[in-house]
Design a protein around this ligand. Sequence first.
Ligand code: ADP
Ligand code: MG
Length: 823
Amino acid sequence: MASAYDKLRRILSLEQEQGYRDRAVVGGVSRFLTYWEREAREESEEIARSPAVAEVVGMLSGYADLSLAARRDTLDRLLSLLGDEGIRRGPGTELGPARPSEDSGADAGDDGPGAPHRSASQVETARSGGQETISGAPGQLSLDSPITRLKGVGRVIAARLERLGLQKVRDLIYHFPRRYNDFTDLRTISRLTLGEEVTVVGIIQSTSTRRTERGKAITRAIVTDGTGSIETQWFNQPHLASRLKLGDEVAISGKVGEYLGRLVFNSPEWEPLRRELLHTARLVPVYPLTEGIKGGWMRRLSRATLDYWAPLIMDPLPPSMLQSTGLMQLGTALEQIHFPASKISLQQARQRLCFDEFFLVQLGLLGRRHASRSQQGRALAVPWHEIDSFFSGLPFQLTGAQRRAIKDILGDLEKRVPMSRLLQGDVGSGKTVVAVAAMLATVRNGLQAAVMAPTSILAEQHYRTISEMLEGCPDTHCTLLTGRFSDAEKRCLRDDIFQGRAQIVVGTHALIQASVDFARLGLVVVDEQHRFGVAQRAALRDKGTDFVPHLLAMSATPIPRTLALTVYGDMDISVLDEMPPNRQRVETAARDRGSRERIYSFIESQVAQGRQAFIICPLVEESDRVEATAAVAEHRRLQEEVFPRLRLGLLHGRMDAEEKEQSMTSFQGGEYDILVSTPVVEVGIDVPNATVMLIEGADRFGLAQLHQFRGRVGRGQHKSYCILLFDDPSEDSLKRMEIIAETHDGFALAEKDLQLRGPGDFFGMRQHGLPRLRVAKLSDTAILERARSEALRLFQEDPDLARPEHRAIAMSVHRFWRSGDVP
Ligand code: ADP
Ligand code: MG
């Protein structure tokens, strides 16, 4: 069966012996590869689908063009994969993947009746646990084989594993422990102390099982090690008794507890003593589990899978990079993250896997950037004079940061490479005017600009602001397109856009509908860009006709540098890190419910002075509908019971666009004193007369979001207040309240949010179209920067990753980005 691989190995060994001169086979390795591939694929249907053949072909194609050193690297790596071991166990041969350790049947652990069976050839569903045994037919496997190909994983188990997101062998290998139990502290029984997590090794002296009144089994064993003995008990594992054999030597790991004044172990991990321990006396992996998949079983499956696969995993990083970075080999790292030999090797394993994630993210982003920069754009002639006079017509002076950003952006527009720039700036930092300068330049080049905002309220506000700003500029026509227009109006607007009469088009998602066609789209501005998916942003840009429009994305969600490098590695970034002068600081205070009455009278006194207030209802995650209902009720309560003499408006996500618009305009126009709103108000509305922002259930919001709410007030000349009413008086929540109260810089808040919440799905990485990070934390700045510089270096050498020695990396990038899959 293994003849193709045998042949390959023979020829490559010969080639190695002959000094990599590409003479080992007539016509050279590349030529041989063509029929080898066919032969290997013919040998078995299975193989044809296996990436193993593809990987060999990938590594060897172009062999003739490689330098001697590169040939040596390639062959050495390939041969070590195909080595004696590899060949015997390699694809196309009798594979024994995920073979359980021989004694798994007698294995210790918490798996009770579902314990793997001794028989190696049968699949059996266990009685109560329902876990199938680790056994099953061998066959050819690749990392992409379904998990059911592993011994012991039948359909029932596979369905459970799927709940953990595990479908392929590769998924299992990348299913990392959630944490580890540190059972490395080995003690003699005489030196045990209450409450410590330790391991003892001893002999089973006696066992007994009894039933409680409710019929639950309690299994006891006395273990002795020559310095003393200790009682150990397990609950509800009735089959355990038969596995605890008198006189057997066992390792027991767990927390030392107490029962009637004696030290005991309660339900510890245990296993018969042997050379390699899985559940005891080491850093023991603790996996994310699901119903019907138990910890001990998962550990054995993982161990058996790694035993087979870890040595076969090809490291995509070239040896030179491994050497210069000092990173651990991939196979070793994968083995060590599951079963670390020590804390140090665990850390090295993590570093390696973290590096891989960042590295692949960066390469993907560089690829995107490269692709977008090699597209055909249009260089604009920037009318500097007119832009200057536009600025001097404004009622304020630009800040230094605004001037720098404008210079960056207009500079980009003058180039043929389509701009891809993110403008980041805290709420109120003045992003709009910066964007308007770019729109003006675009219009003066006879091109159109499109501005997309996430909600109609915001689109409408932009439309008003932009039209107002451009009032003094002749021949700049601004148009609004949102979902709220009638079909006839829309048709008319679409015609204006298609004919090019609409020069600046402001709108919502309505802009990316298929029916909207631009005459000559030159600039795309996306506001609150994190509110849009990648596809939506791309869709607007695709409205360009014979060249790719420039793109300016704006975000008021400040993002720490580490994150910016990760998330926006494919964009250039300008930051407005300076607020317009005389911006007041919004006084922020956190209060508990007991202060509600006082807060209401405070609001009343502000209204008496002619000011207005926002009251934000708590976040309801259930649904828009429930949230809206709650807001309606709260509005009624406040109007009837609390502020009967004041005028209260209402805003929620279930209102149609027109109703929302009406609420907002009325509030802006001073017809309401208070606006009661669900969190939909978050996005950029401007009401300079509003001075109070009361946020109910403030502890349910993230820091960044609270900061956004706060940014809704303090926009006029009056002193403004943000009051955070919280329900949960936990330490954690108080800490967050304290941070928001004393931090007013959005960037600093974002850093703190990141530290508090951890990397998680901060700012929706997935929404940015990025793969999911499993190991890497965004706080791992050093590794990120290392990975970025390695990625840049590699990218400069070989931007398409086309060289044979980079083929494996290219495959990893592709896999990682394709589906957020594991690398
Ligand atoms: P954001 O960055 O939140 O989108 P805007 O562009 O809406 O901020 O600007 C907020 C307010 O600040 C607007 O009323 C705008 O006219 C005003 N503004 C912008 N730049 C300046 C400046 N340099 N000096 C004073 N006010 C400014
Ligand atoms: Mg804005």
